[in-house]
Design a protein around this ligand. Structure first.
Ligand SMILES: *Cc1c(COP(=O)(O)O)cnc(C)c1O
Length: 839
């Protein structure tokens, strides 16, 4: 669908300032200046959020070739004058109105999904279950916000026959807008829970707000086993399709039973799953007076609930029972995450198995593009089964061109037919008829120093290519969720006073999470500074293409050359180091080099003290070699309210020193004192910049619980062997692990050489297996350890075991080891592979 700029202005009630003779029609809406694939046919919408004002990026967006804008005020800059502007009082509202008007042109059914959990899974499952019967347009990934919903609905066109969109709200008043944009004819409420409750007075209020999505729906699917839901929907007057275990529900669930997978002889798909999943769930129900049955290939409560909701929708759509049963038994896990793993020949492989849509593809390509630590970027791409038109392949080719991909490898005969679309690109193009042909002709040596994106439709089985490229050596991996890291960054950014800058601490291999990969995310999200402990760490970042200013905290004379060569900024903390650096710069003939002065206000580690100020000022006044970019100090106990008095004493000393320095130097500099815990707890100490460390990695060191930080690092290992051990026997070295009952013992592929502290032996430490915490038995060995899994039903060899992560917080493991989360995170051994996740 495309609109003229005049039509768009009319649809959203904006005032058009037209400066161009001819303007391309608008096809795409863009709200993020970093996500532009088709500049000529995009409308950039400058949104004002609490974090960012899109108007600041107009010049940047213009430079990339966009000429159509929606703004709240036209920019003054003359160089932006060859563009058309739609001026609106509130650009978010205008975008929503535009999407709502677009939506109204289509009369096919639209399913709107909301609820506290499971929205995305249900949406993706409905897609899996219904895409043979309908041409479906749906929200990409979890696009369910005030911004994400209009962008999703904008994808609707007249070829589609069904829309499936999700809506999420975090405070009262938001749903009305989403209702008008989605206009669901079919409603589905997944459930109601505690998630995202902050903005609501009560669960009941939240429920009422959510139900607003269904105001005009012809039918609402909901589960009445939750009394609160039953009551609210009964009072709502909406037409209902109820699901529940009580008689009287439209879909009356009569039984949910676990059974071994071997009894299901249904089809090959379930047989394959049997390896990983020894059980399935059999659900029986009564619908319109007759008995029905389905088997669900997942055993957790949430999956069962979600699958039953999908079942109800299929029954309502009058899909045959046999077809329903077959499709539900073949449901696939939904994984929208991008995974990046190290591969052979210094390569990285990003695996994107999420189904193809332009938004998701762009996100994956951009993640690839950010991997500056590799020399080249390669995309391996299969045919797009959902698309046949040349137009779709052309669009993909355009994105590949825009994003300057170095090498494109296509797999499949359709791409071979469209070879001309790729011929004009500067990239090297290779084409193969099938995955088999590719694997026969190409070996690992074909790739070197490159980041490789694998984007293959399921039938092309790209996991075979991933296996060929990557080095699966050690089954213990640390997953680093980069989306969670960005989320955590935002949590802190939102709490900064206006104008306060942010320095991100990436010392010690990014607190164990990886330096270049983490720094890429931070650079993308525009932090102001990075800091590392030693110059070598900064060199690695520069080599990986990080251009942000980098503070090096612990410098010595041997590092001066490196500092200057790589454009790094040293912390000067003593007279000897200051004098040595000045002398070095003189010899090099360098002037005005940026440096950072460290003050000791009570930590007594590094830094100048208050009585040093006159002498320090004297030296700085008499030289040209350095400029003081910032002055800073470090708090000893910002996380501890009992020490607040001392913290404020440190702040007072800091302020006095800064005042003296400013007067002596005759110019201002950036002042910074706060680390993670202080940013939130002591906002009055933010000064001009803050230094964010552990909080970025998802650990709330102040234990305030008011920050909703997400887990970044998850350390997973696997079970190497299971054995029965009789009461009276012992486990591990020195016979200290006495077994007091007949037990099932699992040997795990992790030991103290991987950073698992030996102090955690003898039951002090626990790990998380299949939903349960189980204790370590006996001594932790160098490369292995044993845990007691007697009470874990269904445990099998090669099962994944979480050492710390979302289910077992790293703080808990730290407490068991009598240390702090910082030490646990930074101790995770280098031989443990890091896998980077982008959601
Ligand atoms: C490590 C460090 C920080 C970050 O501390 P967190 O508690 O991890 O936020 C800040 N400043 C200095 C000088 C540091 O060494």
């Amino acid at each position: 669908m495309e609109y003229t700029i005049e039509q768009i202005a009319a649809l959203c009630g904006g005032q058009l300032v037209k400066n161009r003779q001819v303007t391309e029609k608008v096809q795409y809406l863009v709200t993020d200046s970093r996500r532009i694939s088709f500049p000529a046919t995009s409308l950039f919408i400058a949104l004002k959020t609490s974090l960012r004002d899109g108007h600041q990026f107009l010049a940047d967006v213009y430079q990339r070739g966009v000429r159509s804008f929606m703004v709240q005020h036209v920019p003054d800059a003359a160089e932006l004058s060859d563009a058309d502007y739609i001026v609106v009082p509130d650009s978010l509202q205008a975008m929503q109105q535009l999407a709502a008007k677009h939506r109204q042109q289509f009369t096919y059914p639209v399913i709107g999904i909301t609820g506290s959990n499971g929205k995305t899974i249900v949406k993706e499952w409905l897609y899996q279950l219904l895409h043979d019967d309908f041409n479906i347009v749906r929200s990409p990934r979890s696009y369910n916000s005030q911004i994400g919903v209009p962008l999703s609905v904008w994808q609707m066109n007249s070829q589609h026959t069904l829309g499936i969109f999700e809506a999420g709200i975090s405070q009262p008043g938001e749903m009305a807008a989403l209702e008008s944009v989605i206009g669901p004819t079919i409603g589905l409420l997944t459930n109601i829970g505690e998630a995202h409750s902050e903005g609501f007075a009560s669960i009941e209020e939240k429920l009422l707000q959510k139900l607003l999505l269904f105001k005009h729906a012809h039918i609402l699917f909901c589960n009445t086993d939750d009394e609160r839901v039953a009551k609210a929907v009964a009072n709502s007057g909406l037409p209902l399709f109820t699901i529940g275990s009580k008689e009287g529900n439209a879909l009356h669930i009569t039984g949910i039973e676990q059974e071994p997978v071997t009894t299901v002889t249904d089809n090959a798909v379930t047989a394959v799953k049997a390896v990983a999943m020894p059980f399935v769930i059999r659900v029986t129900a009564i619908y319109k007076g007759s008995n029905k049955t389905i088997t669900i290939p997942f055993t957790d409560t949430a999956s069962i609930q979600n699958a039953i909701a999908c079942w109800a929708v299929m029954l309502y759509l009058e899909i045959e029972d046999a077809v329903i049963a077959k499709r539900i038994a073949a449901l696939q896990q939904v994984d929208m995450r991008l995974q990046m793993v190290e591969a052979l020949n210094n390569c990285a492989v990003i695996n994107d198995s999420y189904s193809f849509d332009i938004t998701s593809f762009t996100i994956a390509i951009e993640f690839l593009q950010q991997q500056n630590q590799y020399l080249k970027r390669t995309v391996i791409l299969s045919d797009l089964p959902a698309f046949t038109a040349e137009e779709n392949y052309g669009m993909v080719a355009q994105i590949l061109e825009q994003k300057q991909i170095d090498r494109i490898i296509t797999i499949g005969s359709k791409w071979q037919g469209y070879a001309r679309l790729l011929a004009a690109l500067p990239a090297r193009v290779e084409q193969y008829a099938s995955t088999d042909v590719f694997l026969q002709q190409v070996s690992v040596s074909h790739f070197r120093n490159e980041a490789i994106l694998l984007k293959g439709a399921r039938v092309f089985a790209f996991e075979r290519i991933a296996a060929m490229l990557s080095q699966q050596v050690h089954k213990t991996v640390m997953e680093i969720n980069l989306t969670a890291l960005a989320h955590n960054l935002k949590q802190y950014q939102q709490r900064l006073q206006p104008g306060t800058r942010l320095m991100a601490m990436v010392k010690a291999f990014g607190y164990g999470s990886g330096s270049a990969e983490v720094a890429n995310v931070l650079q993308f999200h525009k932090v102001d500074y990075l800091a590392v402990a030693y110059a070598d760490e900064a060199v690695d970042l520069r080599k990986a293409g990080i251009s942000l200013p980098i503070l090096v905290m612990n410098v010595d004379e041997a590092a001066f050359d490196t500092i200057v060569e790589y454009n790094l900024e040293p912390e000067l903390f003593s007279f000897p180091i200051l004098k040595a650096f000045l002398k070095f710069l003189q010899q090099q003939g360098l002037q005005q080099y940026p440096v950072h002065i460290k003050l000791d206000t009570g930590m007594h580690r590094l830094g100048f003290e208050e009585p040093d100020m006159p002498a320090l000022i004297n030296i700085l006044q008499q030289q040209q070699e350095v400029v003081v970019t910032s002055v800073f100090s470090h708090l000893t106990s910002s996380e501890d309210p009992n020490d607040d008095e001392f913290t404020h004493l440190q702040a007072t000393r800091f302020e006095r020193c800064c005042a003296l320095l400013k007067e002596g130097l005759g110019y201002s500099f950036i002042r910074h004192l706060s680390n993670s815990a202080a940013i939130f707890r002591l906002p009055e100490l933010q000064y001009d910049m803050v230094r964010l460390g552990i909080g970025l990695y998802g650990v709330d060191s102040a234990n305030e619980h008011q920050l909703s930080l997400q887990t970044v690092g998850t350390l997973n290992t696997t079970i190497a062997q299971l054995r029965k051990v009789k009461a009276g026997e012992t486990v591990s070295y020195n016979r200290k692990g006495k077994i007091t009952r007949d037990s099932l013992i699992a040997t795990l592929r992790i030991g103290y050489a991987d950073g698992y502290n030996r102090r955690l032996g003898y039951g002090r430490g626990k790990v998380w297996v299949k939903g349960q915490l189980v204790p370590v038995v006996g001594t932790v060995c160098m490369d292995m350890m044993m845990v007691d899994v007697t009470d874990v039903p269904g445990v099998t060899e090669n099962d994944i075991v979480e050492v710390f992560g979302a289910h077992l917080p790293v703080q808990q493991v730290a407490a068991w080891s009598e240390t702090i989360a910082y030490e646990i995170l930074t101790s995770v051994g280098q031989r443990i592979k890091r896998v980077y996740i982008e959601e």
